[in-house]
Design a protein around this ligand. Structure first.
Ligand code: PEP
Ligand code: MG
Length: 362
């Protein structure tokens, strides 16, 4: 346990005795999950499943799935992906040993999955047994001018529910396998990305619940789980009262929420935000330290509206801001339950959470 040694370890023990906020980590590989636990993470707050799909051994099947012309074609590719996805979750549940694990269903901007090189198209063509020109036509159909505001997040799940069905199956099969092997059942928190409306969450929750029931019947075992949502669009924050009727938890995706509230691209922003900070327009880079006046207002309002509907709703934050001390102080102030940070920022988050708790006591 690298950070538990010496004075720093003593400080961490002290901080843990003081803080109220739980600290989780953003992790999708077993290695990251292990590092996170060594640094004191109390669960995974965000497992980005699209990162698993980029794995070199899988990407051809993923592209086959995305480029398939119909549901039957997508299901053929998804069957290839299911065993590996199940193995991903088994490993994560094992490392996290009963701590909460929030698994976010697929949320890629679609263009990241599309093949570009001739050789990539050729590989998919041979895997799918489809003519290369058919694949190229399909890729052209799927092209988007602004993929970050396009067919991503739960919009993919709405148009291709079989993708979320496969992932949910993998999650529940993995959880049951780990429960049987270790005797302690993981409690997966299944998270739906980029939700803007109650209906989207309702439709996606139905897909997850149906997959859960199918797996439970098949395995003759059940496990507890939660279905909740990211709040990362202003509309979701505004409609949080309604959305909380369906979702058992909210996780604030402050990267996208900052992007969509400020209307500033998270990928290109750095170029002019430096000038903006120099001119005093924003106190700090709002993608690094939460824009408390603006984005913070939306978060506070969504938390209040969510709680008004569902008093025990679980509230966390999983954008980059989850590891930033000033943002963590704000999370403490509005009473979130946890922050989730990248594994190496977990110790900083534990300390910042303790400082925030002390400040709150006055
Ligand atoms: C976010 O938008 O804040 C988030 C955590 O999701 P991602 O960074 O994967 O879009
Ligand atoms: Mg996001």
């Amino acid at each position: 346990q690298p950070e538990l040694a010496g004075d720093f370890g003593t400080l961490m023990v002290w901080a843990d005795g003081v803080r109220r906020l739980k600290v989780r980590a953003n992790a999708e590989t077993p290695l990251d999950a292990k590092v996170a636990r060594e640094f004191g993470a109390e669960g995974i707050g965000l497992c980005r499943t699209e990162h698993m799909f980029f794995d070199a051994a899988r990407i051809t099947a993923v592209r086959q799935m995305i480029l398939a012309e119909d549901e039957a074609g997508r299901r053929v590719a998804l069957e290839k992906l299911l065993p590996e996805q199940r193995a991903d979750f088994i490993q994560l549940f094992e490392v996290m040993a009963g701590l909460p694990v929030t698994i976010r269903l697929l949320d890629p901007p679609l263009h990241e999955f599309l093949p570009h090189e001739e050789a990539e198209f050729a590989e998919v063509a041979s895997a799918a047994g489809v003519d290369i020109d058919v694949l190229k036509r399909r890729a052209a159909e799927l092209h988007e001018f602004n993929p970050m505001l396009g067919h991503r997040g739960c919009r993919l799940g709405v148009t291709y529910p079989e993708i979320y069905e496969m992932q949910a199956r993998a999650i529940f099969e993995a959880a049951i396998a780990v429960a049987e092997k270790s005797g302690s059942a993981p409690i997966p928190e299944v998270m739906i990305p980029l939700v803007a409306t109650r209906r989207e969450l309702e439709l996606m929750k139905a897909v997850v619940d149906k997959a859960a029931q199918a797996v439970f019947a098949d395995k003759g075992a059940t496990i507890e789980y939660l279905v909740g949502t990211m709040i990362e669009l202003p509309r979701a924050a505004l409609m949080a009262g309604e959305i909380a009727e369906v979702g058992a938890f909210f996780s604030f995706g402050t990267n996208d929420l900052t992007q969509t509230t400020l209307g500033v691209s998270r990928d290109d922003a750095a170029r002019f935000l430096t000038t903006y900070v120099e001119r005093g327009i924003y106190a700090r880079d709002p993608f690094v330290s939460l824009d408390i006046e603006g984005v913070g207002q939306l978060i506070e309002m969504a938390a209040e509206r969510g709680r008004a509907t569902r008093p025990d709703i679980k509230l966390g934050i999983c954008g980059e801001h989850g590891g930033d001390p000033a943002s963590i102080a704000f999370c403490e102030k509005i009473g979130l339950d946890y922050v989730s940070a990248s594994p190496y920022r977990v110790p900083i988050a534990r300390l910042a959470a303790a400082q925030a708790a002390l400040a709150a006591k006055g």
